[in-house]
Design a binder for this molecule. Structure first.
Ligand code: ADP
Ligand code: MG
Length: 246
């Protein structure tokens, strides 16, 4: 179930001609099967772009992303959509106000022609710690943390192997953040998911990640183990500064 991810010389620009902006000059790092890998760095450094390239939500024009040694470009679309799931910062943004939780969870099951839909929906909602009765709620009837739980259930229901988490707790207040992180931690331990998690918060990395990459202006300055935070084991000046400020 666990997958490895290798990001190899990933390069991307937005726009054409002289106005083109090189957002990722060249990014490389590898994530081991079952690892929680953090991506940190200042706003605009390209973290979300890297995540979007992994699932090909954003196409890249140079380099490659290998999942278990195989290019994402060669994965059939249906397999890519099932195995690679994203969870975003703003759970409200990913839930339609007029769609009940049942509709949100049913949609991927229908697209992927899965059977036992009611059973799968009930399992997904209880797996994220919400009662089955919540299937009939609408987003405005949920708290921020509950909405993020629904977004996680939406990601889980297709039994993915890689979760791409883009600041999944940044929009939540501190006590709810801890609950969601603990939920993600438990799910990883139970199911052996591989996570790539963007965060601007080194405390989150310290809580969750095995290793992390520090990004600066579209480049990875350094990949560090979690314990480098406690002893500030970074060598790159920006990474040292970031850790010292945390
Ligand atoms: P981060 O997640 O680290 O804050 P992003 O990956 O969102 O950074 O963005 C990196 C840079 O790429 C930013 O300068 C952003 O404005 C730019 N960018 C991202 N997506 C697009 C796009 N579709 N078109 C043009 N510029 C983009
Ligand atoms: Mg971002």
């Amino acid at each position: 179930m666990s997958v490895s991810v290798e990001i190899r010389d990933l390069s991307i620009s937005f726009g054409d001609g002289p106005a083109a902006v090189k957002v990722l000059p060249s990014v490389s790092f590898s994530v081991k099967p079952g690892e929680c890998f953090g991506l940190v760095g200042e706003s605009g450094s390209g973290k979300s772009t890297v995540l979007r390239c992994v699932s090909l939500l954003t196409d890249f024009w140079k380099g490659d992303v290998l999942i278990n040694g195989k290019s994402v470009r060669d994965m059939p679309l249906i397999e890519r959509c099932r195995k690679l799931q994203m969870v975003f910062q703003d759970p409200y943004g990913s839930l339609h106000p007029r769609q009940s939780v049942r509709t949100v969870l049913n949609e991927p099951l229908t697209i992927h022609k899965l059977t036992d839909k009611e059973e799968r929906m009930q399992k997904a909602i209880t797996d994220v710690g919400l009662p089955v009765s919540f299937l009939d709620r609408f987003p405005h009837q949920l708290s921020g943390g509950q909405r993020q739980r629904v977004a996680i259930a939406r990601a889980l229901i297709l039994e993915p192997s890689l979760l791409l988490l883009d600041e999944p707790t940044s929009a939540l207040d501190v006590s709810v953040q801890a609950e969601i992180l603990n939920l993600l931690q438990r799910l990883r331990e139970e199911r052996g998911f591989t996570y790539i998690m963007v965060t601007h918060d080194l405390a989150v990395v310290d809580h969750m990640c095995d290793r992390f990459a520090v990004m600066l202006r579209g480049e990875v300055t350094e990949v560090l183990p979690r314990d480098a935070i406690a002893r500030n084991g970074a060598t790159h000046p920006y990474a040292r500064e970031l850790i010292a400020a945390s």
